[in-house]
Design a protein around this ligand. Structure first.
Ligand code: ZN
Length: 297
């Protein structure tokens, strides 16, 4: 399927740029010592000038994570909330037949989307992440049980294009492409079990275990199940903010529910089972092989 092009709507006003003849452009560039690539070499600020002629090569992006959310609301309300004083995200992807991608916060700035959160050795992921909100109504509790709103194909095609672009520019590790529930499992359940993580993986976004390794680990763990402490160590080694208590506490339950919604969405009650264990070990083997050594203690 061809990668869709997307247009970003930036929530800021831009002044119209007057069209200059080429001779004038050259003259202006020379006078202002401008690179003519958009960045002036000498920039006048209030009370001082900044010289942009040299750039360090020893630098990298501050962004380490991509956090995906659903809005639990329609597009109009989502836009209203995300441009208000309390919460925000870098991007908002609507669910129209031709989805709109709103950019609400510049990627160099901190958006307020993750709240109290942790992943791996990092906490407060607002500091180190790009947040994408996806318009989706989330769960509805019906008399016959909970139902989840599907994500339209066009919306996911557009999300894939946006996410690929972000991941490439900031060099984000597959394990660090996460859902809000992954990084805040006791507070959040978005983007929910209908979110097509496997489809994103096939498009080069995020992590997924290899089927044959899951089968091999499942055969092994049927005979040799790990202890609960080992299971908690494995979740923590992958990145989940779980504590190693050796008891099945509410944090372990909620964390496992988040893990299952991500990697085994058909059953996500949050209780340990052989298949979930096999998926977790296959993920560690593929993406965090050094961590496997410390789990079987
Ligand atoms: Zn969220």
């Amino acid at each position: 399927m061809p990668t869709p092009r997307f247009h970003v709507h930036q929530a800021q006003w831009r002044l119209p740029v007057p069209c200059l003849p080429m001779a004038c452009v050259v003259a202006v560039c020379l006078l202002a010592l401008t690179a003519c690539s958009g960045t002036p070499m000498l920039e006048s600020r209030h009370g001082y000038q900044v010289d942009h002629r040299y750039q360090s090569t020893a630098q990298s992006s501050r962004v380490r994570h991509l956090v995906l959310h659903y809005t639990d609301s329609n597009a109009r309300r989502s836009l209203h909330t995300l441009t208000g004083p309390h919460v925000s995200s870098h991007y908002l992807v609507t669910h129209d037949s031709t989805p709109t991608v709103y950019q609400l916060v510049d990627e160099s700035r901190r958006a307020w989307h993750a709240g109290a959160s942790a992943w791996g050795s990092r906490a407060n992921l607002n500091d180190t992440s790009i947040g994408i909100e996806i318009v989706n109504r989330g769960p509805r509790d019906m008399p016959h049980g909970r139902t989840w709103t599907p994500y339209p194909a066009q919306q996911i095609d557009t999300l894939i294009a946006v996410a690929r672009d972000i991941i490439a520019r900031h060099d984000i590790d597959p394990v660090d492409v996460v859902g809000h529930a992954d990084v805040a499992p006791q507070r959040k359940i978005d983007p929910g079990p209908r979110f097509p993580w496997y489809r994103l993986y096939r498009a080069g976004i995020g992590a997924w275990p290899d089927t044959d390794r899951v089968a091999a680990y499942q055969a092994y763990f049927t005979q040799h199940p790990p202890s609960l402490a080992q299971f908690q160590r494995a979740l923590a080694a992958y990145g989940y903010p779980v504590r190693i208590t050796g008891t099945f506490d509410s944090l372990t339950h909620d964390t496992l529910r988040a893990f299952q919604m991500h990697f085994r969405p058909i059953r996500h009650e949050g209780f340990p089972d052989t298949q979930s264990t096999a998926i977790l070990w296959a993920l560690l083997e593929k993406y965090r092989p050094e961590a496997l050594k410390n789990i079987r203690k």
